[in-house]
Design a protein around this ligand. Structure first.
Ligand code: ZN
Length: 481
């Protein structure tokens, strides 16, 4: 393709306000985060998207290890007999499980599920490894792929195969398990808010929405810029449910044999979908600096032949100065015009751009352009290093503040069911209201409004159920991905 033909390629992205769904997939494809694959429902995460995931993974992995966990790896396959041991669990996942039935031409004696999650396989190993209270707690995390055969898929948000981490821990007491469940919920909150700049509400899931087989599920709920909620992560207190099924017992301090208490928790590549939908605009992606594969791009404006060398010399100086300061890329491609490059890096969400041309070289300065606000500033080269650190930090903070203001403006409270219906239909966002705790009311509200209870926040006041009037808890309603 000729450079000029593609000069306005950003215009190929549908406007957010025109068609949000189209905008979302257009951005993913054009920014080269991912692409469709020959397998229906499966995507290819391209190098730029994978670099983003790796940055996210590195930051979260450090937090997981800082809280005492170790990484391990368990098999991809789960024998049917093992998965079927826990009725509620297999029922919850059955429609989405992919099965391996043959090895070559030979039919397997027992079907193998491709893990939709690893409670069963990990639980069976824990039964083997745990014998005494001295073996507890077991704090293991695994970075892996899982398969859930989805009917309707969308890149990053819902794909048949996806990448995630799943923590699986075992504890001596119920209190320890609950403490772990909440600890990891807060580790996720810290990661999602500080590193991804996405504000989240945290709370408990209803019985209807909790993880199959769990005692309690807690979740983190984010608001996308189209007004829909997205579950950004979950942390489950599994109680003794799986311990009883997989026979995970230990001899306690009092000499008695007891069932262990477990937790599991996970976040996935779905978070990339959240990043796109929370921060992106009509020009494409906007990536928070902490996880951006490229934090600063330098675009030299070479000008006339005789000034080329002077510009290139300054660029090399800047390159040297900023190495180790930020993740830097110098765009020296000659096949594209400068304007085209600007658009491309904007589309790919690079937080900062440095422009430098012959006039700037004479003045010993550069032009610094922010992706989030498009603000331009002339910066003397000797001040550049500190300025970059400062501005990247400011972008990180302002992206979070902007997303938080949007979320707060789109969180409304009501005590009237009519108003709830109308808010969900016309305004979207989160609606806070009281709910009695009955599944009947929950289902009826969902049928009438399409909204689900996203979570029951902690320490909120009690009030009268928006549908039946009985006393209940404050909850967040929203339409969700
Ligand atoms: Zn009710």
């Amino acid at each position: 393709m000729e450079a000029d033909e593609r000069n306005n390629f950003v215009e190929t992205i549908t406007d957010k306000s025109v068609d949000f769904r189209r905008w979302y997939t257009d951005v993913i494809i054009a920014a080269q985060l991912a692409d469709y694959s020959p397998i229906k429902g499966c995507m290819v995460i391209r190098p730029y998207g994978y670099a983003l995931w790796e940055n996210m993974k590195t930051l979260l992995d450090a937090k997981i290890k800082d809280t005492g966990h170790e990484n391990a790896y368990f098999p991809l396959f789960v024998p049917e007999s093992l998965l079927a041991k826990e009725a509620e669990h297999i029922e919850g996942f059955a429609p989405e499980v992919a099965w391996v039935t043959h090895a070559g031409k030979e039919k397997l004696e027992e079907r193998l599920a491709i893990r939709p999650t690893s409670e069963a396989i990990i639980g069976s190993m824990y039964a083997k490894w745990i014998d005494s209270w001295r073996d507890l707690p077991v704090l293991i995390n695994q970075w892996a792929n899982v398969v859930r055969w989805e009917k309707v898929t969308r890149p990053f948000l819902r794909t048949t195969e996806f990448l995630w981490q799943e923590g699986h821990t075992v504890h001596r007491t119920e209190e320890d398990a609950e403490e772990e469940t909440l600890k990891m919920l807060h580790v996720y909150k810290d990661f999602i808010e500080k590193d991804l700049a996405i504000p989240v509400y945290i709370g408990r899931k209803t019985e209807r929405e909790k993880f199959a087989g769990a005692l309690k599920t807690y979740s983190l709920e984010a608001l996308m810029s189209d007004g829909k909620a997205l579950q950004a992560g979950t942390s489950h207190n599994l109680g003794q449910h799986f311990a009883k099924v997989f026979d995970i017992t230990f001899q306690d301090m009092d000499g008695e044999r007891k069932f262990a208490w477990q937790t599991s928790w996970g976040v996935s590549t779905r978070l990339i979908g959240a990043l796109i939908m929370v921060h992106g605009d009509d020009s494409g992606l906007i990536l928070p600096p902490r996880i951006a594969p490229i934090q600063t791009v330098v675009v030299p404006i070479l000008g006339k032949k005789e000034s080329e060398e002077a510009v290139e010399e300054k660029v090399r100086e800047i390159e040297k100065m900023l190495t180790g300061v930020c993740r830097l890329k110098v765009d020296r491609r000659r096949e594209h015009r400068v304007g085209w490059k600007f658009s491309e890096w904007e589309l790919r969400g690079v937080p900062l751009r440095i422009e430098i041309g012959p006039k700037d070289v004479q003045k010993n300065q550069v032009v610094l352009v922010r992706r989030d606000t498009h603000a331009k500033e002339f910066i003397p080269i000797d001040k550049l290093k500190n300025k970059i650190i400062e501005v990247l930090d400011d972008i990180q903070k302002s992206l979070f503040e902007k997303a938080k203001s949007f979320r707060n403006e789109n969180t409304r409270e009501t005590s009237s069911f009519e108003e709830l219906t109308s808010l969900i239909e016309n305004k979207q966002g989160f609606v806070k209201a009281f709910w009695c705790g009955d599944q009947d009311c929950e289902v009826k509200i969902k049928e009438k409004t399409m909204a689900t209870i996203r979570c029951i926040p902690f320490n909120e006041k009690k009030g009268r159920c928006i549908l039946c009037g009985k006393t209940g808890s404050m909850v967040y309603f929203a339409k969700a991905y």
